[in-house]
Each structure stands twice: as structure tokens, then as C-alpha cells.
Design a protein around this ligand. Structure first.
Ligand code: KDG
Ligand code: MG
Length: 403
């Protein structure tokens, strides 16, 4: 079998998505998600101008060699744009392999390690009362795990909270990022009380998660982890920006609250030290931004050696193709932890059809060959791309801060 052509589709059914379609001489095609929120067109250009020409005529079954060709062979390694593009190609090749053999991708990755996959969703509100109602609503829908984010008194707009009814979408349409403000002190004073109330009302059984979205220093993170200990979180996510990984030791020395990091990582080298030094409990890397299924199997193997489980990033700013790839990966590996699931807009689900279902807190994979996902090009064309950016963050005195 040979790759004969490939192209990239950019569409915006509710939000921007980039999809690669790779065609073969046997009439089988594969799809991959190449979405990088706020930097979509850079990945499109990288794929069209540089990577696609390198994969023509190759046998799509040679995923290992093609991956190394694109990773080592280009000389310039790592980076979000590069690895998202490689990830999309790798995903599409696994899709082709599954379709060619008539089996779902998970069967090629080790087979079935579990019947269904635990997922967590997001509950958010502008204040404690609204957040509690949002949690209640998710539990009524059958979710077993809920990420709780709330507006903080005295802070105008907080990560994870939309301020309007409906799905939270941080990327704002326009030609440059909007600005938000942040106050760590107000946040740290508020969050433990919120979780105390959530536990008191909803009991011990529900898994609770929280995302600090890279906003704390190590010692502030240590304080938050410690103060949240009585509420037994499933995980506390992205407490600190993870460039300086040594600093996670400070957090670890002070708290038993489980730590999840890695949604912005794109190679195994970004998480190697964190995992092998026992500094995280869950690795958040996802298939699209982690360079594809091929390298993520290696991340999972490394993680398994150190008691670390997966918790793949699965926001609505990655398409259902990435989610499907995460579910095949999660079905096959032994150390699956949990899958993030925000749900998708009706417009998104008009464009993509999927081979998984979601019920009462768990995903079930169908036995569709390949990744089990498709895209409707006619519909996709009706939703035109428009630039959208993630916000930037400033402290109240104007200092630029982590978003
Ligand atoms: O594009 C950025 C979002 O995907 C990110 O802000 C979402 O932190 C996030 C999460 O945990 O889903
Ligand atoms: Mg996050």
C-alpha cells in the first residue's frame, strides 16, 4: 500500500479545527487531528509545505519509521507546531492501518485492557452557588468524575468559567488575544472553602478534579495541595508552569494531593524527569500534541514503570478525531487513568461522526475499523475558519502573568 496524496481541511463548526486526510492507492484514507488552539494555520502550513511531500509514496504501515523520519529527519526537533503536525500524520496512518486490516485501532496497540473508559467533565460557575448547581447537574447526568472551576470573589474573569450560560471556550475570535487579570492571593483564599462545600454536599464517592492552569509558584502550589487534602481530590492539575520541573519537588514534599501535568508537553523528554522522579501521578499529554499514537505508547510504558497513569487532555479545542485516538490508546494500555471530556457543540457533531458512545460517566468504543471517526466535507465547508486566540493574563498591577 502507498500514500498517494494528503491534504488539510480547516473548518470552524463552533470553533476552529484542523484535520489531515491521507489517501492511499487502495482507496483507503486516514484522518488525523492537527488542531493547535490559536495557532491553527501554522500547523496547516507546516503540514502542506513541509511534511506531506515527505510521506508521499511511503507505505502507511511503516508508522515507526515514518515517525522517526519526521521527528529526527527534519533536524529541528520538538515544539508544539512540529509535534502537532507529526501527531496528526501518525494518527491518520494508524487509522489507515486499522481500516486496511478491518480492525479497530486499539486491537493493533495491545488489544482490550478494559471494557469502558472513565471520563471527567467540567462543572463551572461564577460563584460558589452556581458552581454547586453545575456539579449537581453533571452528577444527575451520571458523571462519576467532575472538574470543578469557579469564579473567584474579586477577580473579574477566571480560567475555566465562561461568565455566560453554556460551554466554556477560552479562545476568543479576533486578531489578537483578549486580556484577563489574576490575583493568586484571592484564589488561594477561596478554593479550599469551595471544595469543602462541594464535598459536604455531594459526599466522598464522586471524583473531584481542579485545574490551577499554571498560575502558582511551587510554594503556593504546596499550600493549595495541603489545604485541599481533606477533600481527597482525584487530581490537582497544572499547579505550576512545568518548564522548571525540579520545583515540583517542593510541592511533593508538602502534599499528598495527586498531581497531574502535561497537557502542553509534546515529547517524552518533557515528562521523562517528572515521571522517573515520581513527581506526578497522572500524565496529561494527549495524542495530537504529543506527536501521535506511536510516541504516546512509549510515554505510557515509561509512566507504567513509575506508577503514573494517563489522563489525556481532551478539551473541545481538540477534535473528535483526537478524542477517538485517545480512547483507542486508553483501551489498549494497562495504566489508563481517566479521559477528559468536555462534550462537543451540535455544529461540531454535524461535521464529525464518531465510533464511540458516552453513557453515565464512561466511554464505550464501537468495533468500527480504524479510529472510527469521519468528517463530512460538505458540512465542514459551511463553517469557515476565523482567527481566535487564547487570552493573555496580567496581574492587577499590569504585570504579564501565566494564563
Ligand atoms: O487550548 C487550551 C485549552 O485546551 C486548555 O486551557 C484547557 O486546561 C485545559 C484543560 O484542562 O482542559
Ligand atoms: Mg488543563
Amino acid at each position: 500500500m502507498k500514500i498517494t496524496s494528503a491534504d488539510v481541511i480547516v473548518c470552524s463548526p463552533g470553533r476552529n479545527y484542523v484535520t489531515i486526510k491521507i489517501e492511499t492507492d487502495k482507496g483507503i484514507y486516514g484522518l488525523g487531528d492537527a488542531t493547535l488552539n490559536g495557532r491553527e494555520l501554522s500547523v496547516v502550513s507546516y503540514l502542506r509545505d513541509h511534511l506531506i511531500p515527505c510521506i508521499l509514496e511511503r507505505d502507511p504501515f511503516d508508522t515507526e519509521d515514518i515517525w522517526h523520519y519526521l521527528y529526527r529527519g527534519v533536524y529541528w526537533r520538538r515544539g508544539a507546531v512540529n509535534m502537532t503536525a507529526i501527531g496528526a500524520i501518525d494518527m491518520a496512518l494508524w487509522d489507515i492501518k486499522g481500516k486496511a486490516l478491518g480492525v479497530p485501532v486499539y486491537k493493533l496497540l495491545g488489544g482490550k485492557s478494559r471494557e469502558r473508559l472513565l471520563a471527567y467533565t467540567h462543572a463551572q460557575g461564577i460563584d460558589t452557588a452556581e458552581t454547586m448547581e453545575a456539579v449537581a447537574e453533571k452528577l444527575e447526568k451520571g458523571y462519576k468524575a467532575v472538574r470543578v472551576q469557579s469564579g473567584v470573589p474579586g477577580v473579574e474573569k477566571v480560567y475555566g468559567v465562561s461568565g455566560e450560560a453554556g460551554q466554556y471556550e477560552p479562545a476568543v475570535k479576533g486578531n489578537k488575544p483578549v486580556e484577563e487579570t489574576w490575583d493568586t492571593n484571592k484564589y488561594l483564599n477561596y478554593i479550599p472553602g469551595l471544595f469543602s462545600k462541594v464535598r459536604e454536599r455531594f459526599g466522598e464517592e464522586v471524583h473531584l478534579l481542579h485545574d490551577s492552569h499554571h498560575r502558582l509558584t511551587p510554594i503556593e502550589a504546596a499550600r493549595l495541595g495541603k489545604e485541599l487534602e481533606p477533600y481527597h481530590l482525584f487530581w490537582l492539575e497544572d499547579l505550576i508552569p512545568a518548564e522548571n520541573q525540579e520545583s515540583l519537588k517542593i510541592v511533593r514534599q508538602h502534599t499528598t494531593t495527586p498531581i497531574a501535568i502535561g497537557e502542553v508537553f509534546n515529547t517524552i523528554y518533557d515528562c521523562q524527569d517528572l515521571i522517573s522522579n515520581g513527581l506526578v501521578d497522572y500524565i496529561r499529554m494527549t495524542i495530537a500534541h504529543g506527536g501521535g499514537i506511536t510516541p504516546m505508547l512509549k510515554v505510557a510504558s515509561l509512566a507504567a514503570l513509575h506508577h503514573v497513569k494517563t489522563g489525556c487532555h481532551g478539551p473541545s479545542d481538540l477534535s473528535p478525531i483526537n478524542l477517538a485516538a485517545c480512547l483507542h490508546f486508553g483501551t489498549a494500555i494497562n495504566n489508563f487513568g481517566i479521559q477528559e471530556y468536555m462534550g462537543y457543540s451540535d455544529a461540531t457533531m454535524e461535521v464529525f461522526t464518531v465510533g464511540y458512545s458516552f453513557s453515565r460517566g464512561y466511554f464505550n468504543l464501537m468495533e468500527t475499523p480504524g479510529l472510527g471517526v469521519d468528517i463530512n466535507f460538505k458540512k465542514a465547508k459551511q463553517y469557515e475558519y476565523g482567527p481566535a486566540y487564547l487570552p493573555v493574563n496580567r496581574l492587577e498591577d499590569g504585570t504579564l502573568y501565566n494564563w
